[in-house]
Design a protein around this ligand. Structure first.
Ligand code: HEM
Length: 369
């Protein structure tokens, strides 16, 4: 983050990258209406370049959204039980949030009748690559060996599913296989599937962690609308906080000249705290969302053609969970030391949450009142 500690709108950092903290420039870069940047999407970025064509990207986003939404609608009533069993009496965060989301989405991430070794490798990917700080817990060589084994297994299953030729997706691996088409490079299809694991278990889990942490450390906001809490948590701590884009021609970004050899980094963390756009920008004020501002300085799900396909369903799920946690339970937070965990995603600090059922925690009403 030190790269981004300037207070200008657009500047060139010590390492030569162009950093953007202005909401308007951020929209120009991500919206790419002038075609000044190479088409790109962090979600579809793979080791062999950006997965494409665009029609396949759009179809994969649409099919994933439909499938997850159906799954969530069918299981919405299960959320109170999940909170009661997963998070009480105490839970260790941020992993608790990721694991709760994993349990809730398990069957849509990988359908139950998939081979046992595929289930086990998906569990291992989550433990070794998705959870906050997971990568640092394993030596580089062990990570490389695991990645090779996981990719081999995913590719084998992708090829098997292609040969079976099922017409409609039953889980997110099917979404990637069917949407990519039979000629797509299977290792790119595997990476698109990995993006789904990061977006669901990773990003939704971290956003839940931030919302719980902020709600628990600001008891004065108890009773505020869950939707405001989640929006404000994603403003202060946008899980997807940094977007890299490459110019395809030389042009001016504010007062900085950007060319094809440059990397332009849009820093949403700074955009979301821009004091020209937000009052008390560094404070947690869910009530500011009571009258939702038509705010150009808020884009936790990106902006423009590559904005998130799962934004609405993610917000609904987070709001449902925060409603249950703050309505039914009294929440108290104990920090475990350390600050936000900054990686490709912005994960919350480690903390313990204690949930006491409100019916048990609150004194019974006095007679006659
Ligand atoms: C808190 C949760 C999430 C956050 C913060 C998030 C954030 C984002 C952001 C910022 C982008 C734009 C990336 C760019 O412009 O380079 C994006 C794209 C995308 N997201 Fe999400 N996302 C989340 C959850 C999900 C979920 C649950 C899905 C499942 C459907 C999903 C599917 C996608 C897809 C398919 C794209 C690429 C869109 C395109 O390029 O057409 N995301 N997401």
């Amino acid at each position: 983050m030190t790269e981004f500690e300037g207070n200008q709108d657009v500047w060139r950092s010590a390492s030569g990258r162009i950093c953007v903290a202005s909401p308007h420039v951020a929209r120009d870069v991500l919206g790419n209406r002038q075609g000044a940047f190479k088409e790109s999407s962090d979600f579809f970025h793979t080791r062999a370049g950006v997965f494409g064509p665009r029609e396949a990207q759009v179809e994969i986003g649409r099919a994933a959204r439909d499938l997850i939404r159906r799954h969530l609608d069918a299981r919405r009533a299960d959320l109170p039980r999940l909170v009661g069993t997963r998070l009480t009496p105490t839970s260790t965060w941020p992993d608790a949030g990721n694991l709760l989301i994993h349990e809730h989405l398990r069957d849509v991430l990988l359908r139950p009748d998939s081979p046992a070794e595929l289930h086990s490798v998906v569990d291992d990917i989550i433990a070794r690559a998705v959870l906050a700080g997971a990568r640092e817990r394993h030596a580089v060589l062990s990570r490389l060996r695991f990645r090779r084994r996981a990719m081999r297994l995913l590719i084998r299953n992708i090829q098997a599913r292609r040969s079976a030729g099922h017409p409609a997706p039953r889980d997110l691996l099917d979404v990637a296989v069917i949407g990519a088409g039979s000629s797509a490079d299977p290792s790119q299809v595997a990476e698109v599937y990995l993006s789904f694991l990061f977006a669901t278990v990773g990003s939704i889990g971290f956003a839940l962690g931030w919302s719980v942490h902020l709600a628990g450390t600001h008891p004065d906001t108890t009773g505020d609308e869950p939707a405001w809490v989640v929006r404000e948590a994603l403003r202060l701590w946008p899980v997807a906080w940094l977007f890299a884009r490459t110019p395809c021609r030389t042009h001016e970004l504010a007062a900085v000249t950007a060319g094809p050899d440059d990397e332009v980094d849009v820093c949403l963390y700074l955009v979301h705290r821009n004091p020209l756009h937000w009052e008390r920008p560094n404070e947690f004020v869910p009530r500011r969302w009571a009258a939702p501002p038509r705010e150009p300085a808020y884009m936790p799900f990106g902006f423009g053609p590559h904005a998130c396909a799962g934004a609405t369903l993610t917000m609904t799920l987070l709001e449902d969970l925060i409603r249950i946690i703050t309505r039914d339970w009294q929440l108290s937070i104990t920090p475990s030391g350390g600050g936000p965990q900054v990686g490709p995603a912005l994960a919350p600090p480690r903390f313990t949450a204690e949930l006491r059922h409100r019916a048990a925690a609150e004194p019974p009403p006095r007679g006659g009142e």
